[in-house]
Write a protein that binds this ligand. Structure first.
Ligand code: PLP
Length: 415
């Protein structure tokens, strides 16, 4: 990309935009649109257009945009103190850790800044817990086919996307993938070499694919039998997204280790790992760390999220609106049976699996052109991740926009 004139130091705003754009590494296929403001479930673009946000920055904006309590908490903390490091006690961290421990029934929390850091720390902690028990041969982490756990080298090995690994080898050893939702296959893979089973109860990137209803309790029982730990990767499905604070709650199991990130601070970077006492006690000073982890700003935001989600009736109301979305999606499927092969997921982590003849990327772009933001996922699945605060009217609007695009695909118009 060449400029006729480099512009010297007199770049106008357009030239600056251009320069910024061209200097950003092209690791994402970005849409040609930038947002400058957000209000609830709406994003407002540079040109002033309003977009209904059913992406939530990929399951991050739990309470939508510019939630007054989040804004107030962050502004207040920003005026007091930004960062001190984990060389000192961080009062906000102790408070959020206590909230997470009591809400999960677990005991200890490690804070970091992203999902991959949380899942990676979960794996380190599981291996270290085995090592401290004198079982240093227990290193393997069993992951599921279709799993996504992040993009660090360790989590690339845990993630089941061979293409993502191209050119980045060698991969760290000690990760195996078992068929999705299959307890017999899991039991066959378990043994004295396995430190932990890492599971997403709904695979977000994998296409809003939800494990069978009795799978998690089966995982818990099998892991106990073979002396392995259970790691719940709740980075996408946790923090109310499925209608429960933690998505595994529906199956009434308790994992040993829970990884959180995306929605935990409603848009402020954060990651967290919650563990039982016996597992967490394996981590002693110097075994792991993060400069920014548990930063006061992130803690101020996370505290608001956990308080709001714990309020009486909040999650029950999310579940009620999720049922409303369920019904609307099933209605859509009834209307376009040739185009929609399956409705998937749970709560506000929903997938609409499209017939393979439909180009998902083009579908997402057409929706965006019609001011609805959604996210593509694996298996030709259109993913809906609205803020947990989305209203029924906004759900109706999203469904109407999707129907309008489906209607434009002639052979799928079954009305
Ligand atoms: C997004 C995601 C991650 C990685 O999170 P990052 O913050 O992008 O590193 C890990 N696990 C799951 C289930 C995710 O959806």
């Amino acid at each position: 990309m060449m400029h006729d004139k480099p512009g010297g130091f007199e770049m106008n705003q357009k030239a600056v935009d251009y320069a910024v754009d061209s200097a950003v590494m092209q690791t994402y296929g970005r849409a040609e649109i930038g947002f400058v403001r957000g209000e609830g479930c709406w994003l407002i673009s540079e040109s002033g257009d309003r977009y209904l946000d059913c992406a939530s920055g990929i399951a991050v904006n739990t309470l939508g945009h510019s939630h007054p309590r989040l804004v107030a908490a962050l502004i207040e903390q920003a005026g007091k103190l930004w960062h001190t490091s984990n060389l000192y006690r961080i009062p906000g961290q102790e408070l959020v850790a206590k909230l997470l421990a009591s809400l999960s029934g677990l005991d200890q929390v490690f804070f970091c800044n992203s999902g991959a850091e949380a899942t990676e720390a979960a794996v380190k902690i599981a291996r270290r817990a085995a090592y401290e028990k004198g079982e240093s041969e227990r290193v393997t982490i069993l992951c599921a086919e279709g799993a996504f756990h992040g993009r660090t080298l360790g989590m690339l090995a845990a993630t089941d996307r061979p293409l993502f690994r191209t050119g980045f080898g060698p991969m760290p050893a000690g990760f195996e993938h078992v068929p999705f939702g299959n307890l017999n296959a899991l039991r066959d893979a378990l043994g004295p070499h396995v430190a932990a089973v890492m599971v997403e109860s709904v695979q977000g990137e994998g296409g809003a694919r939800r494990v069978p209803d009795d799978y998690l309790s089966g995982v818990r029982a099998a892991a106990d039998e073979y002396g392995a730990l259970v790691i719940a990767d709740e980075v996408q499905a946790g923090i109310g997204r499925t209608g429960r604070l933690f998505s595994y709650e529906d199956s009434e199991i308790k994992p040993d280790i829970v990884a959180l990130a995306k929605g935990l601070a409603g848009g402020f970077p954060i990651g967290a790992v919650i563990t039982s006492k016996v597992v967490g006690d394996a981590m002693t000073p110097g075994t792991h760390g993060s400069t920014f982890g548990g930063n006061p700003l992130a803690m101020a935001a996370a505290q608001v999220i956990l308080e709001v989600l714990s309020e009486d009736g909040f999650l029950a109301d999310v579940r009620a609106r999720a049922v409303y979305l369920d019904d609307a999606l099933l209605g859509l499927r009834g209307q376009f049976p040739a185009a929609i092969t399956e409705c998937r997921g749970r709560g506000f982590l929903r997938g609409v699996r499209l017939d393979e003849t439909i180009d998902l990327a083009a579908f997402v772009k057409t929706l965006r052109d019609d001011h609805l933001l959604c996210v593509p996922a694996a298996e030709n699945t259109l993913r809906l991740l609205p803020p947990l605060t989305i209203s029924k009217d906004e759900i109706d609007l999203a469904i109407a926009k999707i129907a309008a695009v489906l209607r434009e695909i002639p052979k799928h118009d079954n009305e």
